[in-house]
Write a protein that binds this ligand. Structure first.
Ligand code: IPD
Ligand code: CA
Ligand code: CA
Length: 271
């Protein structure tokens, strides 16, 4: 459906608003880490801080100043929908909350934009390193304005992989520990950084060769998958089928080791 308020929006304009929002949210995270913040428990392992809420509010304000009717799906507030639109913003104001709460400097702001359900813009900002990852569909991916691309590693023996675990690790039998053990024995190295959006960007930049996770949310993936695809990477579900940010599984790689990762992730025997 073509809507009057959706016409004449350039992808450049969307990207520049996303960058502005990400930098402003990043400044809030750095300031909160300096002056202190309150922590609440959503569940036993799942935290939220003042910084998450403040950064999220700032991002939504910046988006709605520029595009007042655009729907925004945000981790803490859920979906804000003022009018039907071809566009949807999908944001995680603080990806890596557990790291942030512990003072471990591995976290970021993640902002993706969809048009007609397809990811077209991705911006991930790591304020601890002032690293800005950006992508616009069809225009490649960049880190601080410099083009990035995935690695050329073609064997798991030489691959550095990364994964993550969801907050229901204690209750959910599908908690990724089986895959973790199986892949740890096949790769050069395996990491768990605690920030899925940055994990995707690091695959895009060739710092990691592959990443998988079992239970992610749309806001963890929306920006990073656009950046990864634009950097030449591949992203699928565990069966190798088309990836959706509204599904939970994700396998991301440089493409060359993708099938080898899928083969191991599809094994259902104990490691
Ligand atoms: C989490 C991080 C983590 C991943 C979890 C996510 P949050 O997001 O991305 O790396 O393993 O699945 O929930 O809660 O820090 O925004
Ligand atoms: Ca997240
Ligand atoms: Ca978050």
């Amino acid at each position: 459906m073509s809507l009057p308020h959706d016409q004449d929006i350039s992808f450049d304009a969307l990207l520049s608003v996303a960058i502005d929002a990400a930098r402003k949210a990043g400044a809030i995270l750095i300031e909160c880490s300096r002056i202190g913040f309150r922590i609440e428990h959503k569940q036993i392992l799942n935290l939220v801080t003042d910084a998450d809420h403040q950064a999220e509010q700032r991002i939504i304000d910046v988006i709605h100043d520029a595009f007042p009717t655009h729907p925004v799906l945000a981790e803490e507030r859920g979906l804000t929908e003022r009018a039907p639109s071809r566009y949807k913003w999908v944001i995680d104001p603080l990806d890596g909350t557990t790291n942030f709460a512990h003072g471990f400097p591995a976290y970021c702001v993640s902002i993706g934009v969809e048009r007609d359900g397809c990811g077209i813009i991705g911006v991930v900002y790591d304020p601890t390193r002032d690293d800005l990852f950006t992508a616009q569909i069809g225009h490649g991916a960049h880190r601080n304005g410099v083009p990035i691309s995935v690695s050329s590693t073609d064997h798991l023996d030489r691959a550095l992989l990364v994964t993550g675990f969801s907050y229901d690790i204690r209750e959910n039998p599908n908690n990724n520990l089986n895959h973790f053990v199986r892949l740890a024995l096949k790769v050069q190295g395996l990491r768990r950084t605690g920030t899925a959006a940055l994990d995707l960007c690091y695959v895009a930049a060739g710092r990691f060769d592959g990443f998988w996770e079992v239970t992610l949310n749309p806001w963890d993936m929306a920006a990073g998958v656009v950046i990864l695809r634009e950097a030449g990477g591949n992203v699928t579900d565990f069966k190798g089928a088309a990836h959706s940010i509204y599904g939970q599984e994700l396998v991301a790689s440089n493409g060359r080791i993708h099938q080898a990762m899928l083969d191991l992730l599809q094994e259902d025997t104990p490691p």
